[in-house]
Design a protein around this ligand. Structure first.
Ligand SMILES: [Zn+2]
Ligand SMILES: [Zn+2]
Length: 226
C-alpha cells in the first residue's frame, strides 16, 4: 500500500526537511515516510523492517535498498564511500558500546585480581578503546548484542586478565561457554570447524594440578562473594 504519493518531492532531498516531514507523518499516524535516497513518500510497508530504525524500518525504501545492495557487491569504491558515510551512526553506537565495555571491565577487574590472574595493568577505559579498535560491537560467538565480558581462556584454566583475553559475549553464549576450553566450545558451536580446532583443545591448561585447584577454589569463592 502506498498511502502517500509515490512521486519524488524535491523538498525532501534536504535532510532536515525530510526529518521534519517524517516526524510529522509519524505524529499524525500516517503509515508512510520519505525514502532517504529517492526522496519519495511511500507507505511504511515499502521499507524493509529494521529494528531501531525510525518507525521500525530502514531509512531507504526496498527498491533503493535492493539497488544499493547490488551495487555494494559490485563496486568497491561505492562500498568504501558507504562505510565512510555510516561512520557518524556507527560512532554513536560505538560510544554506547564503550560505556558498556567500561562498566563490564570495571566489574571483572576486581574478580581477576582476587584470583591472582595475570594482569596487564589495563584500565576499564582501555578495554573500551581496544574493542573499538577491533570492532567488537557484538557477541563474538553469535553476533547478537553482548552483555557479558568473557575471559576467552577462562580464569579457572589459567586465563589472564589481559586485553587479548577479553571478549564480548551475550548471556546465552557466556552461560553455554562457562569454564570450558574456548576451542572445545567453538567446536561445539561450529562443528565444521572441529578438525581445525581440535589440535588446540586444552592447550591452555599449562598450570600444574595444584595451581589449577587453587585457582578453581579462588574463583568459586569470589563468585560466591559476588
Ligand atoms: Zn527509495
Ligand atoms: Zn552470543
Amino acid at each position: 500500500m502506498n498511502a502517500v504519493s509515490a512521486v519524488p518531492a524535491p523538498l525532501l532531498a534536504d535532510r532536515q526537511a525530510r526529518t521534519r516531514v517524517n516526524r510529522r507523518l509519524a505524529a499524525l499516524g500516517v503509515p508512510a515516510k520519505a525514502c532517504s535516497l529517492c526522496y519519495t513518500l511511500k507507505g511504511l510497508d515499502a521499507f524493509p523492517v529494521h529494528q531501531g530504525g525510525f518507525r521500525g524500518r530502514l531509512a531507504r525504501c526496498k527498491e533503493c535498498h535492493r539497488a544499493g545492495q547490488a551495487r555494494l557487491r559490485k563496486d568497491p569504491a561505492y562500498r568504501a564511500a558507504e562505510r565512510q558515510q555510516q561512520r557518524p551512526y556507527d560512532r554513536k553506537r560505538a560510544l554506547e558500546d564503550d560505556r558498556r565495555a567500561y562498566m563490564l571491565g570495571r566489574s571483572q577487574l576486581r574478580r581477576a585480581l582476587e584470583v591472582g590472574a595475570e594482569y596487564d595493568g589495563h584500565q576499564p577505559e582501555d578495554l573500551a578503546l581496544h574493542w573499538d579498535d577491533e570492532g567488537y560491537y557484538a557477541c563474538v560467538c553469535c553476533g547478537g548484542p553482548y552483555e557479558h565480558l568473557d575471559h576467552n581462556v577462562p580464569l579457572i584454566r589459567g586465563g589472564s586478565h589481559t586485553l587479548d583475553n577479553l571478549l564480548p559475549l551475550c548471556q546465552d553464549c557466556n552461560l553455554a561457554k562457562s569454564g570450558k576450553c574456548p576451542y572445545r566450545f567453538y567446536a561445539e558451536r561450529f562443528p565444521a570447524l572441529k578438525p581445525y580446532l581440535a589440535p588446540f583443545f586444552d592447550v591452555h591448561e599449562r598450570l600444574t594440578e595444584e595451581e589449577l585447584a587453587a585457582r578453581e577454589a579462588a574463583v568459586n569463592d569470589s563468585s560466591e562473594a559476588a
